[in-house]
Design a protein around this ligand. Structure first.
Ligand code: FAD
Ligand code: UDP
Length: 383
């Protein structure tokens, strides 16, 4: 018998939930993490008494009561509501696209006037079946909002023309004909009281974790230590990039401590014009209604991903999705390795979806009742 039932590569949200649930079932788990800290991209650092989201602003939201109760069993959540503001050439607009935005854009007051304005612009653009992000956006909110609030932001965020990007990216955003600035439609929303590290600490309590350890440096030794490997790193790296690299978009974060109590009055301000190199400024204290005398802000600069940088956003265009199919075919054949999470599935997952995927996977394993589970490669974890 090997020393561990599961070797989990990556201490992000997927790895942490998976380890917690398997430990509950009496399985022996070891997590290795190549970064110096736990939590993957939800990790926070305390600067001047403020929890700073080190890898971009993270707002927890879900419609699923089970997932909400699950996270709340580790840490309480506050009542934060995400109501970001967009800034274009000094003018401010409410997000997501709602009656406030339409009023700011066109001075319309009623939903009917707003709908008519949008329909007129969609008609003028001649779009019937949208084929890419640009056409999808115009068909949702018309040409004015596309040009002012979407095109510049999207093209700097992704480093590609909006006409070359898939439609699903913009379909994430709600469009509403009510005066409601809540960025999400979900029933539950909030930030962990005391920050995301509390959630990770709760999930990983009493679980063996080794940080600063890269799986690929000791691959053979680690594989020999455990019955099953749960891999949450990049899928192409696992196969030594044999079909070429899966591309990502990376980000650079510039953090600053400012000697003012309140810099921008909102947690997230998007800068939608092309000429400004960052996409947004995050003022972290607002996530937790902080009253500290100082504030911490982060400017987020999108960057091309190259080896050595953090891979943040999978680029699910045709070329990369085709490559993903080749890697997934190999992964499906693995008997003792499970590939899950944002990097291993090369999928734009939110936190609640990653948690749902981990709970689903652990349930499947417990139902099967033994490891290794059959055909343990990539499994669809849509939720
Ligand atoms: P990760 O957090 O990436 O964890 C994977 C871990 O594996 C990492 O810690 C990595 O270092 C480690 N690893 C990789 N390779 C190796 C190796 N070879 N050896 C050892 N360790 C390795 N979701 C929301 O719900 N709301 C939001 O507001 C939100 N905002 C976001 C903003 C940004 C900028 C980004 C990038 C993501 C955002 N998300 C948000 C998504 C959220 O971050 C993810 O859903 C979640 O963190 C994914 O967890 P994961 O475990 O799959 O991946
Ligand atoms: N987006 C935009 N303008 C904005 C905010 C978002 O054009 O002010 C577009 C952009 O293409 C982005 C997508 O909407 O990639 C999804 O936005 P979301 O806020 O969901 O992005 P996240 O950072 O959470 O991935």
């Amino acid at each position: 018998m090997k020393q561990y039932d599961f070797l989990i590569v990556g201490a992000g949200l997927f790895g942490a939930v998976f380890a917690r649930e398997m430990t509950r079932m009496g399985k022996r788990c070891l997590i290795i993490e190549k970064r110096k800290h736990l939590g993957g991209n939800i990790y926070c650092e305390n600067i001047a008494g403020i929890n700073v989201h080190m890898y971009g602003p993270h707002i927890f939201h879900t419609n699923d009561e089970t997932i909400w109760n699950y996270v709340n069993s580790f840490v309480g959540f506050n009542h934060f509501r995400h109501t970001p503001i967009a800034c274009f050439k000094g003018m401010l607009y409410n997000l997501p696209f709602n009656m406030n935005t339409f009023h700011e854009m066109w001075k319309v007051k009623t939903p009917r006037e707003a709908e008519e304005k949008i329909q007129e612009q969609v008609k003028q653009a001649g779009i019937t079946v949208p084929r890419n992000l640009e056409e999808q956006a115009i068909s949702m909110v018309g040409t004015d909002i596309y040009r002012i609030l979407i095109q510049g932001y999207t093209e700097k965020q992704w480093g590609r023309k909006a006409t070359e990007l898939p439609r699903f990216i913009i379909k994430r955003l709600p469009v509403r004909f009510t005066y409601d600035n809540n960025y999400f439609n979900d029933k539950y929303q909030g930030i962990p009281v005391g920050g995301y590290n509390k959630l990770i600490a709760g999930l990983l309590a009493d679980i063996e974790v080794r940080t600063n350890v890269d799986f690929f440096r000791y691959r053979e030794e680690f594989c020999n230590m455990a019955e099953t490997v749960v891999y949450t790193g990049c899928l192409d790296e696992f196969y030594d990039y044999r079909f070429g690299r899966l591309e990502y978009r990376s980000l650079r974060f510039e953090h600053e401590v400012l000697e003012v109590p309140n810099f921008q009055g909102v947690a997230v301000m998007n800068y939608t014009e092309r000429e400004i190199p960052f996409t947004r400024i995050v003022e972290h204290k607002h996530f937790e209604f902080g009253t500290q005398p100082l504030t911490v802000i982060t400017k987020e600069y999108p960057e091309e991903w190259t080896s050595g940088k953090e891979p943040y956003y999978p680029i699910n265009d045709e070329k990369n999705n085709q490559r993903l199919k080749e890697y997934s075919a190999l992964a499906k054949k693995e008997r003792n390795t499970i590939f899950c999470g944002r990097l291993a599935e090369y999928k734009y997952y939110d936190m609640h979806q990653v948690i749902a995927a981990a709970l689903k996977k652990t349930k499947m394993i417990s139902n099967y009742g033994a490891v290794p589970i059959p055909a343990a490669g990539v499994l669809s974890t849509d939720s």
